[in-house]
Design a protein around this ligand. Structure first.
Ligand code: FES
Length: 156
């Protein structure tokens, strides 16, 4: 069992404060928790469950329903390789394979050094630049496997 540290409890309390005694706060609470801790840590969710007297299963129900929430640690940089049709036609699979190989990471996985998380995504709306990948908020288009290396290196 993980013992909640006083620092963690303090941060959780800060996030819960505006929502105590109110309903409908679970999503903003989880957003706040994820922002603060990087992902939805089990010990933190247990603390919320105790503090708000909400069953842990209910909290996990919300956390697993929305794609925005993450139950595992994520990398400092999020790499999203587009798997939409236009990108697929222009070779997105070779781009994806290259990223996997370079980072030694599977789809939806995070590198051991917690630097990168790889997420294949549907069309990101830059089809004219296919094949495309995003790193954090930056869009990189007209990629080739060689260019992938260049892009990744620029985020190290
Ligand atoms: S299909 Fe890749 S950006 Fe649209």
């Amino acid at each position: 069992m993980t013992v909640a540290t006083s620092e963690m409890k303090e941060k959780v309390n800060e996030i819960l404060k505006p929502w105590r005694g109110k309903t409908g706060g679970m999503i903003p609470i989880l957003q706040g928790i994820q922002h603060e801790f990087g992902f939805l840590r089990e010990d933190v969710l247990k603390e919320i469950s105790t503090e708000l007297r909400v069953p842990l299963a209910e909290i996990y129900g919300v956390a697993t329903f929305y794609a925005q929430f993450h139950l595992k640690p994520r990398g400092r940089h999020i790499i999203r390789v587009c798997r939409g049709t236009a990108c697929h036609v222009r070779g997105s699979l070779t781009i994806l394979d290259k990223v996997k190989k370079v980072l030694q990471v599977e789809e939806n996985g995070t590198t051991e050094d917690l630097r990168y998380t790889l997420e294949p995504v549907a069309c990101i709306g830059a089809c004219g630049l296919a094949p495309v990948m995003m790193v954090d908020e930056d869009t990189h288009g007209r990629l080739t496997p060689d260019k992938v290396m260049e892009v990744i290196n620029s985020y190290e």
